[in-house]
Design a protein around this ligand. Sequence first.
Ligand SMILES: Cc1ncc(COP(=O)(O)O)c(C=O)c1O
Length: 299
Amino acid sequence: MPLSEAKIGIMTHALHYGTACFEGIRGNWNSEEKQIYLFRVRDHFQRLKKSCHIMKISLPYSVDELCQFTVELVEKNGYREDIYVRPLAYKSSQVVGVRLHNLEDDFLMFVIPFGPYLDINKGCRCCVSTWRRIDDNMIPPRAKVTGLYVNSALAKTEAWENGFDEAILLNQYGHVSEGSGENIFLVVEGRLVTPPSSDNILVGITRNTIIELAKNELGIDTMERSIGRNELYIADECFLTGTAAHVTPVIEIDHRRIGEGAVGEITKKLQQLYFDVVRGKNPRYIDWCTPAYSSKTVA
Ligand SMILES: Cc1ncc(COP(=O)(O)O)c(C=O)c1O
């Protein structure tokens, strides 16, 4: 149905208590092939199913069915530019009362045109947030739960109001966790370093993509280990990864230049590899790309 007609009631449980799980899936426009490639769509729905399991939200569709709905939705909309698909599984009962049990669940999905989220060319300026990343025993960070994003929103707006582009959150032990909507990587002496899942990150699909590309294409290993705040300042390079953010270089943190204060060499190589892969231009990784348009639509 048209977006303007897709309404939910004002008493919907998820609106009041943040009891919903979502994903963000990018469709990347390939202008030569006149095709939109949905990137790692299966992985996104596998993660959504895990999030729903944690949140006791019933999602009565298989990963295959959800992928099929996505292709149909994108094809029906017919965009010829980069897009973003937002599936949301939510507690739909119109009742007052904080809980997860004895509630109905529902599912929705929409697609919108979506350009860059942060400056992928110039890079971004970050600060370490005064807000700490939520802990596993508060809201499971591995699950993409809407209510959890209050944590990200507080950090993002604080950063923006203080003149930065993005926030980097530490966890309760002071270890670097991630950006408000991105995972973080450092380049240290030619190797990649990124926080482990035990430091309260959302285990990102782009993060995994970069780990694979660095290893397979550049012969660069990634160390998943806790990172201290001070290591941010002295890293050779730093970048953020996420479905929205793609691979965004970080050129400054807390008013300290990172490396040369420009996009680093390894970051640049990974960016190039990544953009070819997500637009379906690298045959080695074509299995990660689902074409949304049938040959008839393309013609
Ligand atoms: C808090 C947070 N961390 C990390 C990511 C990156 O995850 P992915 O690469 O799967 O999009 C996202 C975006 O989904 C996010 O919201």
